[in-house]
Design a protein around this ligand. Structure first.
Ligand code: LLP
Length: 414
């Protein structure tokens, strides 16, 4: 039995894909306020420990309206660049609610955060030195690499032996020397082992290992364990969700045991990105062509990899729904197709050898779970215009939350 996400969640709330495309143009990112808020709440309620803060990793999706909703839901945020800090400020986050996780940055970038009173994490001895020179006597956080990573693809494993991130645990003594030299106060320790796990064991292993390192440092204010919480991208086949309740309980148990021996109930944080925003969005596009080339049947759409690069970049799977005359097409049997976009590269494939219902020209396709690393990694490649983004409110009303690019936008920097 195929599971249709838009139907089981009442995603469109009475709006139909064809109405939305005729009003806002194709392709189009559509968000559900209800799902976005629910995911924020699931994360804030996950760990039964009194000082647990959820820091939304906005690289997944930094639409201003969604950031304001995350802020209303009590989330803090992590930023990876001055640009992310800038939009967070515009969305109403205060400096205390932003954590700047720097990686290989210039003096100017580091100062951008320091001058605003935003907490900074550094992830190399060299950058710790730089921070010490720029802000002697200041507070700093250090990102460690616990030596083990996790993730759905090698490109997104951000700890372990083959990644540029973090300071190795065996360099703790050198960290201490630099802290002393510049009279820095180590207020926090952070890590991020990688993106997308569906079984929390590796994450909890990372938690245990970073806490062991944290024990060596006195008077810490927080430890931040990073993001990576996965979502089921294969719901149509019945893939189950990450089991948050037992995970959260196990997590809290580790934290409580550690604080008992550390002697203080410090703040703990996690940095989910994908979990917050992925499932709140369906990317809609239009089928313009059916054609066969030698043995393959191609469905040609306006969903180029400039709109959602994950399948082309990581061979990622996104479930796809077909809509015709405003209705979900539910034929179980169909044909095996390649769903491709309109970009001049053979790798411009949204779904490879996928068994789909029969798709006709003029049908609308909905790419599920497109809310994380979708718009935020979209581009103007081939001078294509990035789509608009709209939000279906909890009451079913629809707001445009980012307009489509215009042709003039392509020339605005000249
Ligand atoms: N914290 C740090 C320091 C990170 O580098 C990341 C993601 C996160 C938190 C959030 O991770 P999440 O909870 O979203 O897994 N473009 C890739 C994912 C790249 C993740 C990069 N870092 C994708 O589309 O799968």
């Amino acid at each position: 039995m195929t599971v249709y996400f838009s139907e089981t969640t009442d995603f469109y709330k009475g709006n139909t894909p064809d109405m939305l495309l005729s009003k806002y143009g194709s392709p189009l990112f559509i968000y559900s306020e209800e799902i976005f808020r629910n995911r924020c709440r699931e994360m804030t309620g996950m760990v039964p420990y009194e000082k647990f803060q959820v820091t939304y990793s906005i690289k997944a999706n930094s639409n201003l309206t969604l950031l304001k909703i995350a802020h209303e839901e009590g989330l803090h945020a992590d930023a990876m660049s001055p640009g992310e800090i800038y939009v967070l400020e515009k969305a109403g986050f205060s400096p205390e609610e932003i954590f700047y996780i720097s990686n290989n940055v210039s003096d100017e970038e580091m100062l951008f955060a320091i001058e605003r009173g935003i907490a900074v994490s550094v992830d190399s001895l060299s950058q710790l030195e730089k921070f010490g020179k720029l802000n002697p006597g200041g507070d700093v956080s250090v990102r460690f690499n616990p030596g083990l990573g996790a993730g759905h693809h090698k490109k997104v494993v951000t700890a372990g032996k083959e990644t540029k991130f973090g300071i190795n645990l065996d360099k703790a003594d050198q960290v201490k020397e630099i802290l002393k030299k510049h009279k820095l106060k180590l207020v926090g320790i952070n890590q991020h082992i990688g993106s997308l796990f569906m079984d929390g064991e590796n994450y909890l292993q990372g938690v245990r290992s970073v806490l062991e390192t944290a024990s060596q440092f006195k008077d810490l204010e927080f430890v931040d364990f990073g993001g990576g919480f996965g979502i089921p991208y294969r719901k149509q086949e019945g893939q189950q969700r990450l089991e948050l309740e037992s995970f959260g309980n196990e997590f809290a148990k580790i934290l409580n045991e550690w604080t008992d021996s550390y002697g203080s109930k410090i703040l703990f944080r996690s940095e989910p990105g994908r979990y917050i925003s992925a499932e709140s969005c369906i990317l809609l596009g239009t089928v313009h062509v059916r054609k066969s080339n030698y043995d393959r049947l191609y469905i040609g759409t306006d969903l180029g990899f400039n709109t959602l690069i994950r399948p082309a970049m990581y061979d990622s799977h996104h479930d796809i729904e077909v809509y015709r005359q405003g209705k979900l097409v539910k034929e179980e049997a169909g044909e095996t197709v390649d769903i491709v976009g309109n970009i001049c590269e053979t790798g411009d494939i949204m779904a490879h050898e996928r068994l789909m219902p029969i798709i006709n020209e003029g049908d609308i396709l909905g790419v599920m779970d497109a809310g994380a690393y979708g718009y935020s990694m979209s581009s103007n490649y081939n001078n294509r215009l990035r789509p608009a983004e709209v939000l279906i409110r909890t009451d079913g009303s629809v707001n445009l939350i980012r307009r489509r690019d215009t042709l003039e936008d392509l020339l605005k920097n000249f």
